[in-house]
Structures are given as C-alpha cells and as structure tokens.
Write a protein that binds this ligand. Structure first.
Ligand code: NAD
Length: 313
C-alpha cells in the first residue's frame, strides 16, 4: 500500500518504520527540518526493542508537500493535536478520491478538524495503545507492544477500513475494527485528562500523585465532567471501568514511576501541550452543551500559565 505518514515524530516514526519493514511504499512528511535532514542523510534510526534498525524512508518537509508526486492510498496523521490543522492544510492536495486518512492522535474533536478538509468517507478515526519516543532528530526508541482500534466515520466505509486493518496487521500493528471508537477515545482521554495535567502541574509521577489524600476527589470530579459531556455525544462511560484504569496508573511495579508525556513535553522539553484537546475540549464542549466543567477549565488554564512561564514553543 502507498502510505504517507503526516507527522513523523515519535509515533509517526514507529508506524512508518513498521509499515516500511512490512514492504509498504512509505514516505514521511514533517515540519521539523533537522529531523528530516537526519532521516534523509542517515536513515531513520530506531532502537526497536533493543535492536538497532536503520530504515531508508524518504522524508519531505510539509511546506513542499505540493511538489511530491505520490498517489497515497492511506495517510496516517500523527502530529501533535495543535499541529493537525496546519498539517492537513499542507497535504490537502495529496488527498485523492480514494485516499483514506487515519487519525490516531490523543484527545478529542479531531474529526472536526479533518472534516474541514475531507468528507466523512475518507476518515478513519482511531485510538492506539502503542507508544514511542524520540531520542534526537532522526532517532526513535520503540519498546513494547500495543494495539489500535479504528472506525470509519461513514456508514459505508467498513470494507475500505478492513483493507487498511489488513495492511496494519501485516506490519504487526495489531489493528481491529471498533463499532464504538468514540467510547475508546473518551476512555483514554479520561486517563490523559487526569494523569497528564495533574502530574505536570504538581511535578509528580503517577504513583506519588496516586498516594496523595485528595487525589480520589479530584479524579472523580474530572472524570464526572468528561462523562457528562460524553453523554451529550452519545457515549455512556462506564465510570468504574474508567476509574480502575486510572488507578492502575498508580502501580509502582508497572507504570507508576513514569511521568506522563505532557510532563516530558512541557517540563522537560518546554514544548506546548495538547491540553486544549483534552481537558480544554471538555471545557469547550461543556459550554456548548450547558455542562459545568470547573475542574477541566481550571486545569486547562493552569497548564497554559505553565506553558507561558516556561516559554514553551
Ligand atoms: P511528537 O512530539 O514526537 O511528534 C509530533 C510532531 O512534533 C512531529 O512533527 C515531530 O517532528 C515534531 N517534533 C517532535 N520533537 C520536536 C522537536 N524537538 N523540535 C521540533 N519538532 C519536534 O509526538 P508523538 O509522541 O509522536 O505524538 C503524536 C500523537 O500521538 C499525539 O497526539 C500524542 O498524544 C499521540 N500518542 C503518543 C504516544 C507516544 O507514546 N508518544 C502514544 C499514543 C498516542
């Protein structure tokens, strides 16, 4: 399959590399020139479960996407949430009548951004439990296993989605079709909407945060706001299941000592966060549906203060 990875950071590198290894025709499009230069000069270098892999995958700057002659069957967008609109504008002319766009970003509301550029029958909305990291320009660290779920936004899109799933599974990406992708997306957003913002503001790993006295109250309040908004979008969240998933993050033996990605982006690397697409999305949607969201609004504002204080870019 001819595949564009639009946004070739940590996750784009993982998907690009695994699909390339499975003999698909893959190109990378990104906006970080230094990263692109390294990939085009030395290949994409990955520590893949402890083994070094060098993949020669052509990489292009998104500002020159118009000049690329590549008839893509599939475009996997993997920017940060706040970069998605600009990426879609950059690659708009590369989207053909048959091109599917798979979106696996964290956060809520990306379908609204995608629908500014393509109709529902192009869009596959998904959610992934794969992880990835970058250790420098052109260098990825890819550990562990994962899976992904996706759903076509059009009622007639299942057959095309199944073809994409076959290709993803050919690359061992463990993909399956979901009839309720919004539920999965909301469940993951609840975990991100509690652990990410709170650990970042409170300068804590998840285990230490989970051991504080007020945490249950705070988490319950945030999750209740997500659930109330989700209900207006036809999603019934199972609160016990969501809270159990959040509590599993406190386990010191597994992932509890970990600082969430928002912490690494903002505190470690002074990069802007995806807060507007997680708690900020709940605040915006809450306003639309007449649902009060004081916890999500406040956490969003605190993260924006921190971004300003740290001069995040
Ligand atoms: P990323 O930050 O690695 O990459 C996103 C974009 O930022 C890319 O265009 C990349 O080139 C650019 N970028 C990265 N580092 C940069 C730097 N130092 N200077 C300039 N540009 C830089 O993002 P990601 O982790 O691949 O995440 C993409 C999406 O997938 C997000 O929505 C994220 O929440 C989601 N996600 C990530 C993971 C993960 O483990 N990383 C897991 C699941 C979902």
């Amino acid at each position: 399959m001819k595949i564009i990875i639009a946004g070739a950071g940590a996750m784009g590198s993982r998907f690009g590399l695994m699909l390339h290894q499975a003999h698909n025709d893959v190109i990378l499009i990104d906006g970080w020139q230094d990263h692109l230069d390294h990939i085009n000069r030395d290949g994409l270098i990955a520590d893949f479960n402890g083994q070094e892999i060098v993949a020669k995958i052509p990489a292009y700057h998104q500002d020159h996407a118009n000049e690329i002659d590549f008839d893509a069957d599939l475009i996997i967008v993997f920017t940060k949430a706040m970069q998605l609109d600009h990426m879609m504008a950059s690659i708009q002319n590369m989207i053909g009548d048959q091109t599917k766009i798979l979106c696996l970003l964290n956060g809520l509301g990306h379908e609204d951004t995608l629908e500014k550029y393509v109709s529902k029958d192009h869009i596959l909305l998904g959610n992934t439990m794969w992880t990835a990291g970058l250790t420098g320009p052109g260098k990825a660290k890819l550990f562990g296993d994962g899976y992904l779920e996706l759903q076509s936004l059009s009622t007639t899109g299942k057959a095309a989605a199944d073809k994409v799933i076959d290709v993803l599974n050919g690359a061992k990406l463990n993909a399956k079709y979901s009839e309720h992708i919004l539920s999965s997306i909301y469940r993951k957003a609840c975990v991100n909407g509690t652990m990410n913002g709170l650990c970042t503001i409170l300068d804590s790993n998840m285990a230490d945060l989970g051991a504080t006295a007020p945490i249950d109250d705070i988490v319950n309040s945030i999750v209740n706001e997500f659930a109330a908004v989700a209900k207006h979008e036809g999603v019934e969240l199972d609160l016990d299941q969501v809270l159990a998933q959040i509590k599993s993050c406190y386990d010191r033996e597994t992932i509890g000592l970990h600082y969430p990605s928002m912490y690494q982006d903002l505190i470690t690397n002074q990069r802007l966060t995806e807060i507007d697409y997680i708690n900020g999305a709940i605040a915006r949607k809450g306003q639309k549906y007449g649902v009060a969201t004081p916890y999500c609004s406040f956490l969003t504002q605190l993260i924006h203060c921190k971004e300003e204080l740290l001069g995040a870019k």
